[in-house]
Design a protein around this ligand. Structure first.
Ligand code: APR
Length: 320
């Protein structure tokens, strides 16, 4: 059987890391697409030359021609610009919306059957716009944010508790922005919910609140340190987890920016929710019960995303 084909739209920091991970995990052949000439070709060649030592056979190809993504099973989109210190993700909206138009049209023309994972920020609005521009089925277009935000939360918790990150599960819902909703009630260490761990004296409510805030600011913390761009290792690893769930029909329960129709009181809207990802793309949106304060935080986050979607419609009238 032929290897799956993975098209990476954007061959920058995240795109290059995605290609490396896809090769090491032998998920399939990789096409690195970018508008910048030489970058995707150079990265593809460099990665291919790591094959003999690493021991993978996947084909790595760099291109500036959308025709090369033809028949891709998965497209992961990072095309656009990242933020600089002092910028919010929302500041990227105008420029990255134009990029989503060309990417959406390219995918529609050459890889209409692909499972598309968007990473470009501001995530929730960009994945909505990408779906609109591409016209692909809603279940085949989603955004990577929840896996990353939950991974950041899990990392901070594992350090606080001095336990393996593998045993920490965490839940982050809502938009991928300052209003994201880390849910402590649904986050556990070996199945023990965080509020119980506070009662057991493992940590204090104040420390937990600080970790929640650090999770919300997780992207900005890295932008502040790097100064020339935003995070790329953890975002790439998170998207690869989603791509693998699709390619191997793993039916993973992963939080992602998905099209919510009917649940959570939403009608046709992209926002971070728990989903099941398998061969059918986003096969299910899982609706969890929220208490009053969680619901209020989620509603606030949804409102923030709605504002960004309206801003997109204001910029590009074809989206109205
Ligand atoms: N089509 C294809 N590629 C494009 C386009 C376009 N229209 N416009 C820009 N690009 C490419 C750039 O040439 C660059 O190589 O997208 C790439 C982006 O790479 P980086 O600048 O290194 O950004 P990266 O860190 O990979 O982040 C990409 O993901 O997390 C988000 O906020 C982040 O929106 C940003 C995106």
């Amino acid at each position: 059987m032929a290897r799956p084909k993975i098209a990476l739209i954007g061959a920058g920091q995240i795109g290059g890391t995605l290609a490396h991970l896809a090769a090491i995990k032998e998920l399939g052949d990789v096409i690195l697409f970018d508008i910048s000439e030489g970058i995707p070709q150079g990265k593809a060649l460099d990665l291919a030359e790591s094959g003999p030592a690493e021991g993978f056979d996947a084909v790595m190809k760099g291109t500036n021609d959308y025709a090369d993504i033809a028949g891709a099973d998965v497209c992961i989109v990072t095309a656009g610009v990242p933020r600089k210190p002092g910028m919010s993700r929302d500041d990227l909206l105008g420029i990255n919306l134009k990029v989503m138009k060309s990417v959406g049209e390219g995918i529609a023309a050459h890889a209409p059957n692909a499972f598309v994972i968007c990473i470009t920020n501001p995530l929730d609005a960009m994945v909505w716009a990408l779906r609109e521009f591409s016209g692909l089925p809603h279940n085949m277009v989603c955004g990577m944010a929840g896996v990353l935000d939950s991974a950041r939360f899990r990392h901070f918790l594992s350090v606080e508790f001095n336990v393996s990150m593998r045993d920490v599960t965490a839940f982050v819902l809502g938009g991928h922005g300052d209003t994201m909703v880390p849910l402590t009630r649904y986050s556990t260490v070996g199945g023990i919910p965080l509020p119980d761990l506070v009662d057991m004296g493992w940590t204090t409510q104040d420390k937990l609140d600080a970790i929640v805030q650090r999770t919300r600011d997780g992207g900005a913390e890295i932008v502040g340190l790097l100064k020339t761009g935003s995070a790329f290792y953890a975002p790439a690893t998170s998207a690869i987890e989603m791509a693998e769930a699709f390619l191997k029909d793993q039916k993973r329960l992963l939080p992602c920016a998905a099209h919510v129709e009917g649940s959570y009181g939403l009608n046709g809207f992209y926002v971070g929710v728990p989903t099941i990802i398998g061969a059918g793309g986003v096969e299910r949106v899982v609706e969890i019960k929220m208490d009053k304060s969680e619901q209020a935080m989620f509603d606030k986050s949804v409102d923030a995303v709605k504002g960004l979607v309206e801003a997109c419609k204001g910029i590009d009238s074809s989206l109205s």
